[in-house]
Design a protein around this ligand. Structure first.
Ligand code: ZN
Length: 88
């Protein structure tokens, strides 16, 4: 199970664990990790969450595309930054 590195990560599971909020990544399309029932949510809820996530991703992609273009214009680092962002 993968854990978040940033405690404020929006993908973090919203379930409770012994030492506070769960630090696992939530299942894709869910607010919860596998341990906290992320697989058992109703399909409609999953779809809604999925669409929200897609909207957030698009926004982030736009931001990174801008950043990438700016770095390309400066002639350094743009491509590598992009690859690292996708590498997790
Ligand atoms: Zn959890």
């Amino acid at each position: 199970m993968q854990r978040v590195t940033d405690l404020a990560d929006p993908r973090r599971c919203k379930g409770a664990s012994l030492d506070g909020q769960c630090q696992n990544f939530a299942e894709e399309g869910s607010d919860y990790c596998r341990v906290h029932g992320g697989k058992d949510l109703a399909p409609a809820r999953r779809l809604k969450q999925y669409l929200l996530t897609k909207a957030q991703d698009r926004e982030r992609l736009a931001q990174f595309a801008e950043n990438d273009a700016a770095q390309d214009a400066a002639g350094r680092g743009g491509r590598r930054f992009w690859v690292n962002w996708n590498g997790d």
